[in-house]
Design a protein around this ligand. Structure first.
Ligand SMILES: Cc1cc2nc3c(=O)[nH]c(=O)nc-3n(C[C@H](O)[C@H](O)[C@H](O)COP(=O)(O)OP(=O)(O)OC[C@H]3O[C@@H](n4cnc5c(N)ncnc54)[C@H](O)[C@@H]3O)c2cc1C
Length: 258
């Protein structure tokens, strides 16, 4: 498996659950870029306990052989494999918009009403990014629930109606080595969380991270929690600590890949 992001770790987990030996290769630690050091360390340990081997490469891995029979690492190591899967990030498909001025390398920029820079043209879903302003950077959120929320907003905007709900949705979920992780709020999750309940070490916890803009991210780690309750936790944790506690946690630079 090349890539230790959400998809790479999910595919590796599926292999391990079926007794298939699997090695994940990445230049960064598993899920570190998006979930930060705290959860990355816990998830890496759990994955290892489930038989998922992780190799941190010193540079980009390359496919070895033709036909492919493994992965070559920059230090000369070659890992042999019956199958190589790459989950090394996603790029918005915007070639077909060339010359329209609607898209750049991040995708199609939209505002909170899902309006593009062209009058009367609206966009939603993975192809978009929320345009930044003086207080927030550009932000991609290529997740299912965000595509749904944006779809509704774009439709309302095109009809000249007020949106029926928020135009962005920060909820998503993943599952690693049999453990479900549900998240509501901005990413990445830098610094240490507040543990609301349970313990990450024991594989069952409710956590919050506060951000410098006063918002918060809530995480249900290995435990069942209704999404509405998780949303409520994120909303109250954020408003209860305006300004946030973390000096390094930037509110809106969500990962561009799952
Ligand atoms: C393997 C995988 C696992 C995922 N797991 C999760 C998850 O666990 N949780 C989560 O929240 N999200 C997950 N996602 C992300 C989620 O699937 C996307 O956020 C969501 O599908 C985005 O919806 P969309 O309609 O914007 O784009 P898509 O679902 O990608 O649909 C876009 C459609 O447009 C078509 N299209 C593209 N260009 C053109 C064109 N020029 N003309 C006509 N048609 C075109 C495409 O063929 C496609 O059918 C996952 C994604 C992948 C790939």
């Amino acid at each position: 498996m090349i890539g230790a992001g959400f998809l790479g770790m999910e595919v590796a987990s599926a292999c391990a659950a079926r007794g298939i030996p699997v090695t994940v290769v990445d230049t960064d630690r598993p899920l570190h870029r998006i979930l930060g050091g705290h959860l990355s360390a816990a998830i890496t340990a759990r994955a290892a306990a489930h038989g998922i081997r992780f190799v941190q490469a010193t540079g980009f891995a390359a496919l070895a052989g033709n036909p492919v029979h493994g992965v070559a690492l920059p230090d000369g190591t070659e890992l042999t494999a019956d199958l190589v899967v790459t989950c090394a990030g996603e790029v918005p498909c915007v070639d077909w918009l060339a010359g329209t001025g609607l898209a750049d390398r991040l995708g199609v920029g939209v505002d909170d009403a899902c309006a593009t820079t062209a009058p009367g043209v609206f966009a939603a879903g993975d192809v978009t990014y929320l345009r930044g302003n003086a207080t927030r950077p550009h932000r991609r959120a290529p997740f299912w629930s965000n595509a749904v929320a944006q779809g509704k907003t774009a439709a309302a905007s095109a009809l000249g109606l007020p949106p029926s709900g928020p135009s962005q949705d920060d909820y998503f979920w993943t599952e690693v080595a049999g453990l479900s992780v549900k998240i509501v709020g901005h990413l990445p999750l830098l610094g240490e969380p507040t543990t609301v309940d349970g313990s990450v070490t024991e594989g069952r916890a409710l956590l919050t991270w506060t951000h410098t803009d006063g918002t918060a991210t809530a995480v249900a780690y290995g435990r069942r929690k209704p999404i509405t309750a998780l949303r409520h936790l994120a909303a109250t944790a954020g408003s209860s600590t305006p300004g946030g506690r973390s000096e390094t946690n930037h509110p809106a630079s969500a990962g561009s890949s799952l």
